[in-house]
Design a protein around this ligand. Structure first.
Ligand SMILES: Nc1ncnc2c1ncn2[C@@H]1O[C@H](COP(=O)(O)OP(=O)(O)O)[C@@H](O)[C@H]1O
Ligand SMILES: [Mg+2]
Length: 254
């Protein structure tokens, strides 16, 4: 059965899209069948990282949710584009119209219909994982994507505003009874790895949340300008192996 992993943060710019794209690609490269959904409806970014132009998007998640098209008509197969030989990667782009639709959602019924759409995608493509990128903050749309997931990856920087927001997201995950896993991103370069690990462990302990791992601030990631999937263009970079470790970590969640 398909396992749904939502990647979320309270604040914007924490690295959600970067992390979603790299972890989804890493899982595929490890032989998994992976769907990636862009549910950051107000600021979609995954299509940029995956190099997809708007003209190439024929149908979106909106059409799938409305049952206007079958799930396979609204996904873009990524293996050929990314040169991935192992596994399978399928991308479902966002549509602004999905935003309009989701804003009208109020009840558990919609949560169910969204879950059904994910299950349908999972069945059609025999997916092992669906990874969902989100819009930061706590709004209806975000609660919906938190509500449908099996696991929640919470991304935070070491910044007091982020840390505060992470506490809020952890509380919501607990209320929704979703297992949450913290990824601390952009850890300052000057910090020794052992000190960074200790610090990140401390944050996890403070919020009583599992720590999946951390990524340092990386000039290489930043200078890649979100133009590509980092682990594919810089496979030998230390951050690429950290993404690989995080992907293994995701596989260990049941
Ligand atoms: N570990 C990192 N080190 C340096 N820059 C990073 C790192 N992770 C992400 N970035 C950069 O930060 C910016 C925001 O990342 P993005 O993934 O778009 O965040 P979000 O989706 O949370 O808004 C991008 O320019 C991205 O390349
Ligand atoms: Mg984003």
């Amino acid at each position: 059965m398909v396992r749904t992993i939502t990647v979320h943060s309270f604040k914007g710019g924490t690295g959600k899209s970067t992390i979603t794209a790299n972890l989804a690609t890493a899982l595929a490269a490890r032989g998994r069948r992976v769907g990636v959904m862009d549910m950051d409806l107000e600021g979609p970014g995954l299509h940029v990282i995956f190099n997809i132009t708007p003209e190439e998007v024929k149908h979106t998640l909106n059409d799938v949710l409305l049952d206007a098209v079958s799930p396979d008509e609204a996904v873009i197969p990524m293996n050929g584009r990314l040169g991935l030989e192992a596994g399978s990667l399928y991308f479902s782009p966002a549509s602004v119209r999905v935003g309009e639709m989701l804003r009208t959602l109020r009840t558990g019924f919609e949560l169910e219909s969204f879950s059904r759409a994910i299950a349908k995608l999972g069945t059609s493509f025999k997916l092992d994982y669906v990874m969902i990128d989100t819009h930061p903050g706590i709004e209806n749309d975000t609660l919906l994507v938190m509500g449908v997931c099996d696991h929640l990856v919470i991304v935070s920087r070491i910044d007091q505003q982020d840390i505060f927001g992470t506490g809020v997201v952890v509380d919501i995950a607990r209320t929704l009874e979703k297992p949450a896993h913290l990824v601390v991103n952009m850890v300052p370069k000057g910090l020794k790895a052992s000190d960074a690990s200790k610090l990140v462990k401390g944050i996890g302990h403070h919020f009583k949340v599992d720590v999946a791992g951390w990524l340092p601030f990386s000039d290489a990631v930043q200078s890649s300008l979100s133009k590509s999937v980092f682990i594919l263009t810089n496979p030998r970079d230390a951050v690429a192996s950290r993404f690989q470790d995080l992907a293994k970590q995701l596989e260990s969640y049941n």
